[in-house]
Ligand binder design. Structure first.
Ligand SMILES: *Cc1c(COP(=O)(O)O)cnc(C)c1O
Length: 362
């Protein structure tokens, strides 16, 4: 087996062997004291990761399930969907497919939404929910969710539905202090767990709206999920093996400390960005797509040098034993993406960047 430290996808991320091993434990009942004891531990630790005393729910689904849940449980009349890449677009689709009225506030790929833009848009029509992606994994752009939330709340009874799939446990996010209403993430990005679990926090405003939502459905009904959560259970059978992995990983995350985890991600991101600067100084025409000040600490999107496609660079890295990925969707020729998140270190990243420098120079 390959050693840890070669797999730098922006999700799923590399999973430590002890986490994988935890999943081979025997089954327990999803009702009763054993699972309730484990879920009590998990629930408390997730609140520390989300930095909130509000409930943090764990569901067995990919993160998209909780994007859809946010739309279906929180919208009363009309959603304003902030779009700057492939994942933020997904909220729009969830709204349209759920029969929810929705407008787009779209900015160019590779850029962020500013608070002023949002303030203007909220004056033009009556919206009661704004959806936004914090770390747009398709472009590496980080949206200013704290400031956007301030603007939304200042404009009236508007709640924020926030995707932090690639930023939770990587970037500083203060759910309580920033008054974020609904925040969702998934297991396979900066949590460095296998795919298959998703987590969200919902404050009282969202839970109040959920009770009145006629389209909240069954599986992602936050009212039912909340009722079960109070008993440290889930409405349906959860992915018990994944919960074992989560239990162990949260213990590691608590041992590292959430602020140290943020600092480690900031260090990896800074290393990647300064590497790009060094490469450019050495004559390679590459750049970080996202503007300074709006860059995700978890994923960097880099423009491919002239004459090389993203897919060619990815293949050359693969033959050296490293996994990165090309630009998302139609950007696969013009960009590459490095996921510097989860359990990776600056030291491992340096080895990757050294190989990438060779590939780009060749
Ligand atoms: C990966 C990702 C998703 C989708 O997650 P799934 O677990 O595949 O549903 C959504 N939003 C962002 C920002 C992501 O990075």
């Amino acid at each position: 087996m390959s050693q840890f430290g070669k797999f730098f996808l922006p999700g799923p991320t590399e999973v430590k062997p002890d986490i994988l091993a935890a999943m081979s434990r025997p089954m327990i009942s999803h009702r009763g004291s054993e699972i309730e004891t484990m879920m009590t531990r998990i629930d408390e630790r997730l609140q520390k990761v989300f930095r909130t005393a509000e409930p943090v729910f764990t569901v067995t689904s990919s993160a998209t399930g909780l994007m859809e849940a946010g739309v279906r449980n929180a919208v009363r009349s009309k959603l304003l969907c902030l779009i700057n890449g492939a994942f933020s677009q997904r909220f729009y689709k969830a709204a349209v497919n759920s029969g929810v009225a929705c407008d787009k506030l779209e900015v160019e790929f590779g850029t962020a939404h500013t608070p002023d833009m949002l303030a203007d848009a909220l004056k033009r029509d009556h919206y009661d929910v704004v959806s936004v992606v914090h770390s747009e994994t398709s472009s590496g752009v980080l949206n200013p969710i704290r400031e956007l939330t301030e603007v939304a709340h200042a404009s009236g009874d508007v709640v924020m539905v926030i995707d932090t799939v690639s930023s939770m446990a990587a970037a500083p996010i203060e759910c309580a202090a920033w008054d974020l209403d609904y925040v969702l993430t998934g297991s396979q990005k900066a949590f460095a767990l296998p795919p298959g679990l998703a987590f969200c926090t919902a404050n009282a405003r969202v839970l109040e709206r959920a009770k009145a939502s006629p389209i909240r459905g069954l599986y992602f009904d936050l009212v039912e999920i909340h009722n079960s959560w109070k008993k440290h259970q889930s409405p349906n059978t959860p992915g018990v093996s994944l919960l074992y992995a989560l239990d162990v990983q949260l213990e590691h995350m608590m041992a590292e400390g959430i602020e140290s985890r943020w600092a480690r991600h900031a260090a990896m991101a800074n290393r990647t960005w300064s590497w790009v600067d060094e490469q450019r100084a050495a004559g390679r025409d590459i750049r970080v797509l996202a503007p300074a000040g709006y860059r995700s600490p978890a994923v960097t999107c880099i423009t491919a040098p002239a004459g090389r496609t993203g897919s060619q660079i990815v293949a050359a890295m693969k033959s050296r034993g490293f996994v990165i990925t090309a630009g998302y969707g139609d950007k696969k020729d013009t960009m590459i993406r490095i996921g510097h998140m989860g359990e990776h270190t600056v030291e491992e990243l340096d080895v990757l960047l050294e190989a990438l420098a060779e590939v780009i120079a060749s």
